[in-house]
Design a protein around this ligand. Structure first.
Ligand SMILES: Nc1ncnc2c1ncn2[C@@H]1O[C@H](COP(=O)(O)OP(=O)(O)OP(=O)(O)O)[C@@H](O)[C@H]1O
Length: 270
């Protein structure tokens, strides 16, 4: 996918299994939104092929649209419309929508149903966007940065909801630049950077390495002398067992470490 001379998505090839959550992970500008918009039929790729549920998202858009749900990054609601009006409107466009009152309550939108869209907080707008994406009982839902701007509580609720969707047979494709989100939620993670796919796998596969990390948690702050003693004990133990200790680290290998290793950059400071 190119915008003028700018290559936004470059030879990206990936497949999504049904009934799974797939995370497309990458820093700002990596090409995540462009990838989703291509799957949703909003953009026609200059090269390559895209199939969603076996259909061409541009040429067979009419057949595809009723079967997919889309949560756009920009919200997708009119600024003056009340939250529940918007959700009810979208529900009426579908043949067998979910109960909007139940869905709104589940997403914590019960108290702001009469609030105009532009007056909703960022997190509420996100949750309304998610409700609009799933109200039509889609087979596959594309969600762009579903928890951007949400507080931790709302983020957790959204993760639970996405997990429930998967359990009920919905396929979820989400973009995120939150490593924790991909790690917690996704069955498959595709890491993209500068429009290219740089790694794919389950969170476990991606964080598994040739080295092991031993994490030691102690119940009080260590005085400096104790730390030196601990290091000396580890040296003795490692010499006895023929194990080379590369570093002593306080934490497990995360997707953040993987991203750093692959790109040499921090995901939040791309
Ligand atoms: N309409 C457009 N015109 C020109 N360039 C664009 C357009 N949309 C995106 N781009 C560029 O294409 C690249 C990929 O953008 P894209 O929005 O797909 O990335 P992203 O990974 O979704 O980023 P973010 O996390 O910030 O949403 C970026 O360099 C961006 O500046």
């Amino acid at each position: 996918m190119r915008y003028g001379d700018k290559v936004a998505v470059d030879g990206l090839s990936l497949t999504v299994e049904r009934n799974t959550i797939t995370a497309v992970l990458g820093p700002n500008g990596a090409g995540k939104t462009t990838t989703l918009e291509t799957c949703e039929g909003y953009r026609r790729p200059q090269e390559g092929t895209v199939r969603v549920l076996g259909l061409d998202p541009v040429r067979q858009r009419r057949d595809l649209l009723p079967r997919i749900g889309v949560m756009l990054q920009g919200g997708g609601a009119w600024s003056g419309v009340r939250a529940m009006e918007m959700l009810d409107h979208v529900a009426r466009l579908h043949a067998h929508p979910l109960d909007t009152a139940v869905l709104a309550e589940r997403l914590g939108l019960g108290d702001c149903g009469r609030t105009p869209y532009r007056r909703l907080s960022g997190g509420q707008q996100q949750r309304l966007g998610l409700a609009m994406a799933i109200v039509g009982r889609p087979e596959i839902v594309f969600v762009d940065e579903p928890t951007a701007g949400m507080d931790p509580q709302a983020r957790r609720t959204t993760w639970e909801l996405l997990d429930e969707l998967r359990q009920s047979g919905v396929t979820v494709v989400l973009t995120t630049h939150y490593l924790e989100e991909a790690e917690q939620l996704a069955d498959q993670v595709h890491i993209i950077d500068r429009g290219r796919l740089i790694a794919s796998g389950t969170p476990e596969e991606l964080t598994r390495g040739s080295s092991a990390t031993v994490r030691l948690v102690v119940d009080k702050e260590l005085p400096q002398a104790a730390e030196a003693g601990l290091r000396a004990s580890i040296d003795t133990w490692s010499a006895e067992h023929g194990v080379g200790v590369r570093s002593i680290s306080f934490g497990s290998r995360t997707l953040e470490d993987v991203f750093l290793e692959l790109t040499g950059r921090d995901i939040d400071h791309g």
